[in-house]
Design a protein around this ligand. Structure first.
Ligand code: SAM
Length: 248
């Protein structure tokens, strides 16, 4: 999985992504990360890449041409490294896009190459979005100063689906959202912490009971925090009976 990020702040992306689990995966060669500084493609030659919006309004707009040149350069590099004339997906991070979720992360994880375009200021000239962008993605209904954090959020979630990135392959599968349920609560040593004991069933050594307790806690947590997810969840008769018992 190769990530390419077009940004005005490459150091932000590099520092974030080269840390912890993603950093380890990059060092192992399971992921690669290349940042492209859009400023290097300034058409004025002085590093300027933004201008006033036509029609007036607050703030500045990132111009189309520097982004387009950065993209063309990147595409040529990606195609140069590949046998096929691949045309990688280009994701523009924007509060106006489809809201990112776990299924999208799974879908993007199937790609070999992904290009992210991070906006700043008031955003990006619409014409370059129309020309090069295949997907517009938001990370939630709020407005951030730039697309760098959203790109890192997406790359982090996608990376976890890439085989070998997580040390225990299972841990990516049973987590929150993997089956439209939130994960059950987790406990570690000591058995009693500040008068709070670990639920006894987890110490019982009885796998069947532990599995059932995990399932019920997932159902309970989802009902309490994200009840709308239950509509999509694959529930069996026992699950339904458990949920009904809660409402009595
Ligand atoms: N004027 C734009 C609007 O109202 O839709 C917002 C621009 S925002 C201040 C600057 C940049 O931050 C955007 O171009 C985008 O790349 C990024 N951004 C801000 N909020 C985001 C979000 N919720 N999800 C993804 N990207 C976001």
């Amino acid at each position: 999985m190769n990530f390419y990020v077009m940004t005005l702040f490459p150091e932000m992306i590099e520092q974030g992504m080269n840390t912890s689990i993603t950093g380890r995966a990059i060092a192992k060669g399971l992921l690669s990360l290349k940042t492209v500084n859009i400023r290097d493609y300034s058409v004025t030659g002085n590093g300027r890449i933004d201008d006033y919006p036509y029609g007036g309004g607050a703030g500045m707009v990132m111009q189309a041409e520097p982004i387009y040149r950065a993209y063309e350069d990147l595409k040529a590099r990606i195609q140069g490294n590949s046998d096929a004339q691949v045309c990688p997906r280009v994701i523009y991070l924007t509060p106006q896009g489809r809201v990112f979720h776990q299924n999208m992360a799974q879908e993007f994880a199937k790609e070999e190459n992904l290009i992210f375009l991070c906006g700043h200021y008031e955003g990006v000239d619409e014409r370059v979005i129309e020309s090069i962008v295949t997907d517009q993605v938001s990370i939630g209904d709020y407005v951030l100063t730039g697309g760098e954090l959203p790109a890192m959020v997406m790359m982090d979630a996608i990376s976890r689906m890439v085989p070998g990135v997580l040390s225990n392959a299972e841990s990516g599968q049973s987590e929150s959202f993997s089956d439209h349920l939130l994960e059950y609560p987790q406990y570690s040593r000591p058995e009693v912490w500040r008068d709070r004991p670990v639920p006894p069933v987890l110490l019982s050594g009885h796998h069947g009971k532990v599995d059932r307790w995990h399932r019920e806690q997932s159902l309970l947590r989802t009902l309490q925090n994200r009840p709308e997810l239950l509509k999509e969840a694959d529930l069996d008769k026992t699950d339904i009976a458990f949920l009904e018992s809660l409402s009595k």
